[in-house]
Design a protein. Structure first.
Length: 172
């Protein structure tokens, strides 16, 4: 695994898992949130965002976390492995509330600077609806690439831990 894409709902643990995969395999990690959001929670325009993603993909190796459906097909095509965190929505919601409390008033390490942690109604609604609205499309896309790429679907914290434990550890 040299190009690993980590996807899943908000609060699924994408950034944490991507960082752990990065450490285990000795690959650079790319947190898409840190690149997409501009100071003050300003979104990058879609055409500019696609160009940023296209510039990242040819790199020899990476662990990339984030959703951003508009560029998912590009990222799936470039990845040799995909880890889908199929985390239960109540756990995702609990994690985003916990993260909001932990980083209240400041930006978390995997986020763009000057984007203090926030918890909006739209984000909570998106997480709640994720299993019905996003998950089926993602599973369809993963089925379409599973013959040519390593696809790993992890549905619990225990499965995540077992997956990470089985990864080779890079020689430091």
């Amino acid at each position: 695994m040299r190009r690993v894409l980590v996807i899943g709902s908000g609060g699924a643990g994408k950034s944490t898992v991507a960082a752990r995969i990065s450490q285990r395999l000795g690959l650079p990690v790319i947190h898409l949130d840190a690149l997409y959001w501009q100071p003050g929670w300003v979104e990058t325009p879609a055409d500019e965002w696609e160009q940023i993603v296209r510039q990242l993909l040819p790199r020899e190796a990476w662990v990339m976390d984030g959703n951003y459906g508009g560029t998912l097909d590009l990222r799936l095509a470039a990845a040799d492995a995909v880890v889908f965190l199929d985390t239960p929505r109540l756990l995702c919601l609990w994690r985003v509330v916990k993260r909001w409390a932990q980083f209240y008033g400041r930006s978390r390490p995997d986020m763009a600077r000057d984007c203090p942690e926030r918890l909006t109604e739209d984000f909570v609604r998106w997480i709640w609806r994720y299993p019905q609205e996003q998950r089926p499309r993602i599973l369809d896309k993963l089925r379409a690439v599973e013959q040519e790429k390593r696809v790993v679907v992890l549905a619990s914290t225990t499965e995540v831990c077992h997956f990470l434990d089985r990864l080779p550890s890079c020689a430091a």
